[in-house]
Each structure stands twice: as C-alpha cells, then as structure tokens.
Design a binder for this molecule. Structure first.
Ligand code: 13P
Ligand code: SF4
Length: 324
C-alpha cells in the first residue's frame, strides 16, 4: 500500500522537530489530551506524555534547559515555577482552561481573606497567581491523599477551583471543605443517563471516570481517577470493554497500552453537534506545526514575575514532596 500524504507530512515534520530539539537541547512534555501525533512525538524524542502531576515531575527533573509544554497554559506555568532557570515554551498561550477562567485572582483573594482560618488547597488547573495564594497545590492524582492528610490533622479547607472534584473529595474524606464554584466545560457535560443506557447495552463494560465529572456520573464509576490512573486501570482490569468519561485524547494511550481492548467515550449531553464531544478546545490548539514554530522562533514563552514564582513554588513543592 502507498503511504498517505498525511503520513509523509507527519514524517517530515517529526524529522524537522527532532533536529530542532537536538540543536536547542529541548524536550517535549505532553498531556494525554493533546493530539496523538504530539503524544507520539514526545514518546519518540525522549520526552514525556502523562497527566499533570507527571508532567510537573518530569519537567523539574529533566536536565534540558528548554521545555516545550504541549497542554494548557497552567501546565507551562507549573513547569516554569518548578524550574525558573529553564526556558518554557508553549505552542500557544491562548490554550487556557475553564477552571483557570473560573477563578479570577482578586475575587479568590477576597474569598481567602474572608475565610482566613482555612487551609487553602488549589487544584493544579489554576493560574500561577492563584497558586501563589495557596497553602497546597493538588492534582487529580493526589488530591484525595492530601486532603485526607489535612483532615486527619484537623484542618478545615478552602478548595478551588473544580467543584465536582471538591465535592467528590469531601464525600470520600468527610473533610470540612468550602468549595469555589468552578468547573471544566468538558467533564461537566458527561451525563449519567447516557452512561446508564450504554451500561444496559454492554453490561460487561467497566466505567472509568475523571473526578471533574458531575457527582451522578462519578457514582456510576468502577474507577475514579486522574488520566494516568484511568489508563492504568484500563490495562489492569480484566474487562475487555470500557466506557470512559474523560477527554477523548486518553484513548490513544489506552489503545497503545491495551491493544486488545475496546473503549467508548461516555456520552455528553446538550450539544447540537455531537453525541459525545469530550474534546477540550484548548488542548486542541496544540499542533505539530505550533511546536515547530515555537522551537524556530522561541515563542510563546511562559514568563512569570519572581514574586509569583517564589510564592507559588511553596505549595507546589509541598505537593511534590508529599508524593515522593
Ligand atoms: P490530570 O491531572 O488527570 O492530567 O487532569 C488534568 C486535566 O486537565 C483534566 O481535565
Ligand atoms: Fe481544563 Fe477541562 Fe480542558 Fe482539562 S479538559 S484542560 S480541566 S478545560
């Protein structure tokens, strides 16, 4: 069979990016939600593909002076805070996150002031300025363990920014948590009714749910976890069919790791254009072309003030130490 034009273009682009990475001593750090080609590029060039916690860890440990972060802006900011001496480039600074938009700095500062007796725990999906106001940063991989620990120490918590993840943790730990009302526009759309219909059709399927989803969806889950925890569950569980309630980009790694298994994206409601969009519009702004441009012209760069870096480093480092 003749190779397609698309795969020829991909090969040429990969070769060009590999050369640029070599020349500039750069490394690509990608999230599971970005296009499969970018995930393959990171894998094939000694970079990293993972969840937000893994990306943070990899960036801070890797020797390269240039990190190309393919994900959303807060992931680039986290890399910069943890490695201020490195250059951190992103294909576009426009790739943001609805959880970041949901939590404006000044309003959040007032909220913290009003409840100053509480320990401030913020989700990684927030801006550097919000992290700079926090006592702890958490990701979906470790939020449960960190809040359980704080609860055991008798601390009451002020939580931002994902309200569904917050209420899930509150339910699991019994902690006293005051929740900021943010949400993810992708996970917010998964619907319990659609998942139940699928379960009726495929009773042997296991349901995997990211905890940014609504509580009634979480309640249907066989496994609730971060993107990497869901990918591991798909490989470890004996089931051959999975209904997956998270962004559709994860299916690429799930299929690579568990080639004999089948995955269906959970249905989302309320869209005129698709039954299950499950696509993050900001993650989709990452392209191979964008990565190549970043490397060629040195843009767009994550720049943060020293004050924000110093302050936001404290809760981020606390999280990484906790998980060692
Ligand atoms: P993870 O921490 O699981 O990678 O999730 C990040 C995210 O943006 C989920 O929507
Ligand atoms: Fe943010 Fe949701 Fe996109 Fe994740 S999927 S980056 S939480 S908007």
């Amino acid at each position: 069979m003749l190779p397609s034009l698309e795969s020829d273009i991909k090969k040429v682009t990969f070769a060009q990016i590999k050369q640029l990475l070599g020349e500039k001593q750069g490394v690509v750090i990608a999230h599971y939600y970005v296009h499969p080609d970018i995930q393959d590029l990171a894998d094939e060039t000694g970079g990293y593909v993972g969840d937000s916690l893994g990306m943070a860890r990899f960036g801070s440990h890797h020797a390269s002076p240039l990190l190309i972060v393919a994900g959303v802006k807060f992931m680039g900011e986290t890399a910069k805070i943890l490695s201020p001496h490195k250059t951190v480039l992103v294909p576009t600074l426009a790739a943001d996150c609805s959880l970041d938009f949901s939590c404006p700095e000044e309003e959040f500062r007032q909220f913290c002031r009003k409840h100053s007796a509480r320990t401030v725990v913020v989700y990684a999906n927030t801006s550097a300025k919000i992290k700079a106001l926090a006592d702890w940063v958490v990701t979906s991989s470790n939020a449960l363990a960190i809040v359980s620990y704080l609860h055991r120490r008798g601390e009451s918590i002020l939580w931002a920014s994902d309200r569904y993840l917050g209420s899930y943790i509150q339910r699991e730990t019994g902690a006293d948590m005051l929740l900021w009302p943010g949400s993810c526009i992708v996970h917010d759309r998964f619907r319990a009714q659609g998942i139940m219909q699928l379960k009726n059709l495929y009773p042997a399927a296991a349901v995997l749910v990211h905890p940014e989803s609504p509580m009634e969806v979480i309640e249907l889950a066989d496994v609730v976890g971060s993107t990497s925890q869901l990918i591991a569950a798909a490989s470890d569980m004996p089931n051959e069919l999975f209904i997956v309630a998270t962004e559709r980009g994860v299916l690429h790694k799930m299929q690579q790791i568990s080639p004999g298994k089948q995955f269906i994206i959970a249905p989302t409601g309320g869209s005129a254009v698709c039954k299950s969009c499950a696509k993050c519009p900001w993650m989709a702004m990452n392209t191979l072309q964008g990565i190549e441009n970043s490397l060629m012209i040195g843009r767009e760069e994550i720049l943060l003030s020293d004050r924000i870096i110093e302050r936001a480093f404290i809760p981020l480092e606390r999280m990484l130490k906790f998980c060692e």
